[in-house]
Write a protein of this length. Structure first.
Length: 253
């Protein structure tokens, strides 16, 4: 049953033209990067690579999130999920099979993104490029898991999509927010606000540490590498999937 659900998710991605749409957007990003890079006065290749890396990251995050959210909500509306849960599969197994299918799609789009970047600049730093590609893969896995959770919890596709995007933006800004708190420049005199922000930082994935475009030019910084990226992915993916499984287990159809 696990394999059947996995095939169902992958077929849905092909049927909804997700893969084709994202590949077309990535190809357009390569073209725009070449165009903007040619307009730069100095370091044309580096500018094009950084621009392409940033745009590919956004395409992956938003494209995958929207697909997962609307796929799950459509499955609820057509009662596909209720039907599948009548088959010999546990609710935890159902969540894991769907999540694994979405993760495979995220891994594929991350690999294609890395291929686009390598085609643009074959002489790119190997270590920084590999770490960037791996971190984008991990970020895609976290985002599809978060999209799955919000789509299971929230009944509105728009609300689930906005919640997922809100989590992504907050995760990308969390490093800057913590930096402001550490600098001692307080906007509010309410001490509880800082404690709340620090608590939220433990519960949100630190996506600001992943996919850094500076790695492509200067290489990865000391003390942060593949092990740290993998730890972030495993920790938050497990946490999100546990929450999604708990919600489905207690849900009454």
């Amino acid at each position: 049953m696990f394999i059947s659900l996995l095939k169902y998710v992958l077929k849905a991605a092909i049927r909804d033209r997700l893969i084709i749409s994202m590949l077309i957007l990535m190809a357009l990003s390569v073209s725009l990067s070449i165009f903007f890079g040619s307009a730069a006065i100095i370091e044309k290749q580096q500018f094009a690579s950084v621009f392409l890396a940033g745009s590919l990251r956004l395409i992956n995050a938003f494209g995958l999130s929207l697909f997962v959210v609307f796929f799950i909500r459509r499955s609820f509306e057509t009662r596909d999920i209720e039907y599948m849960l009548t088959r010999p599969v546990s609710r935890a197994g159902f969540i894991l099979s769907y999540a694994f299918g979405f993760m495979l799609i995220g891994i594929f789009t991350a690999l294609f993104s890395a291929l686009c970047l390598y085609v643009l600049q074959p002489s790119i730093l190997v270590q920084g490029f590999m770490l960037w590609a791996f971190s984008i893969m991990v970020e895609n896995i976290i985002m599809v898991s978060a999209s799955l959770f919000f789509a299971m919890v929230l009944s509105s596709p728009a609300s689930a999509a906005f919640a997922t995007m809100g989590l992504y933006v907050l995760s990308r800004l969390m490093g800057g927010i913590l930096g402001i708190i550490d600098s001692g420049k307080h906007i509010s005199q309410f001490k509880g606000l800082e404690l709340t922000v620090e608590l939220v930082s433990f519960l949100t994935p630190r996506l600001d540490l992943l996919g850094q475009t500076s790695w492509l030019i200067y290489g990865p910084s000391d003390g942060f590498g593949f092990a740290q990226v993998a730890a972030i992915g495993i920790l938050y993916t497990a946490l999100i999937l546990m929450a999604a499984t708990l919600d489905l287990v207690v849900r009454k159809f």
